[in-house]
Design a binder for this molecule. Structure first.
Ligand code: SF4
Length: 347
């Protein structure tokens, strides 16, 4: 089944989407005379710097405009040239694409995306897709998957340097690279926009400057390594792994923290498997719920603040200088990373 225009709306970074745009023969200068497209593109950028809950993306039937607005929004972000805005836009668009990739069943689309990411891939007669061993290792050992043993190479079929996988498994690996690829394309965008679009750019820039200071709080989305987890979380992981009972607040804290670090739902479910009252289906349901998957949202709940955790005796009140400077466990690793970087610079 060929890749359709609806697929290009979901995955607008595909080379086929660029070809589609080229066939429409639309020049960025001409977009100045399409207020609807400009509004849609501005809306795309503004939604990446909004603070409301993120709902599941809806595919608009306005296929042509959707593909054009993605390209225009990239141009806006590229020209504004603010690193933080680039990251937020990448996150917002990347999350949408990953939402689609999670349920992508169309193997030709998955294959096209892998090719667009320059992966060494082959389609097999049985419907599986083979990818190079090095690409597999690179993506299966990234933050989101490293906690789950099913991603270890020994559990995969390796033939002549290629790992044979079902398409949905390739789709999962691709999710690890989506954000990087969007960011790359922003850096490759035209940096000299036509004058007609300068007005939109100034408007977006002003809006971004207005909201800029509030983004310190949402930097919590940067992922932590396990060695950078705060004391309360390490303590809860130890207790859960040893089968000890965790209170509701403790479970909420541990699950939401790990979800924000990109740990897979199945790995979190496994973490509770030794707890005496463990019920796999119920635990999975609760974790999915906290991940926001059951409420039409695409973001997990935010972990409680340290002050709340202290009230509920979840905080071990460690003699830890980082703990004295933060308000929420989700920001612990950011300070830890900063301290580490400063120490390395001094060497
Ligand atoms: S101060 Fe906050 S981050 Fe540190 S251990 Fe307590 S709850 Fe966790």
């Amino acid at each position: 089944m060929p890749v359709t225009v609806a697929d290009l709306v979901k995955y607008p970074f595909l080379p086929k989407a660029r070809k589609y745009l080229a066939r429409l023969d639309i020049d960025f200068k001409e977009l100045a005379f399409f207020p609807k497209i400009r509004e849609m593109a501005k809306g795309r950028v503004l939604s990446s710097i909004s603070f409301g809950p993120r709902t599941a993306p809806q595919i608009s039937k306005d296929f042509e405009n959707e593909i054009v607005t993605y390209a225009l929004a990239l141009l806006y972000v590229s020209v504004i040239g603010e690193d933080k805005l680039t990251k937020l836009f990448t996150k917002s668009e990347g999350d949408k694409i990953n939402y689609y990739l999670k349920s992508e069943k169309h193997e030709d689309v998955i294959f096209e995306i892998a090719k667009a990411f320059n992966w060494d891939t082959e389609k097999n007669d049985d419907g599986s897709i083979s990818i190079s061993f090095s690409k597999y290792l690179q993506n299966a050992s990234r933050g989101r998957l490293i906690h789950n043993t099913k991603w270890k190479l020994v559990n995969r079929l390796l033939e002549k340097g290629m790992v044979r996988l079902p398409p949905y498994t390739v789709a999962r690996l691709l999710q690890e690279e989506v954000h990087d690829r969007i960011e790359e394309s922003i850096h490759h965008e035209v940096t000299n926009p036509p004058l007609e679009l300068q007005e939109d750019i100034s408007e977006l820039k002003a809006e971004y400057q207005k909201r800029k200071s509030q983004f310190e709080e949402i930097r919590i989305e940067v992922k932590a390594k396990e060695s950078e987890y705060p004391p309360c979380i390490s303590f809860l992981i130890d207790r859960a792994s040893n089968g000890q009972h965790l209170s509701h607040v403790e479970r909420f804290t541990l699950v939401t923290y790990l979800l924000h670090q990109g740990v897979e739902i199945e790995s979190i479910v496994n973490l509770f498997s030794k707890v005496s009252d463990f019920k796999e289906d119920l635990t999975r349901y609760q974790v999915q719920n906290l991940a926001g998957q059951r409420g039409g949202m695409i973001k997990p709940y935010i972990t409680y603040n340290c002050s709340t955790l202290q009230t509920h005796n979840v905080c071990p009140l460690p003699n830890d200088p980082i703990c004295n400077s933060i308000r929420n466990p989700l920001t612990y690793h950011l300070l830890k990373k900063n301290i580490k970087t400063k120490k390395q610079r001094r060497k």
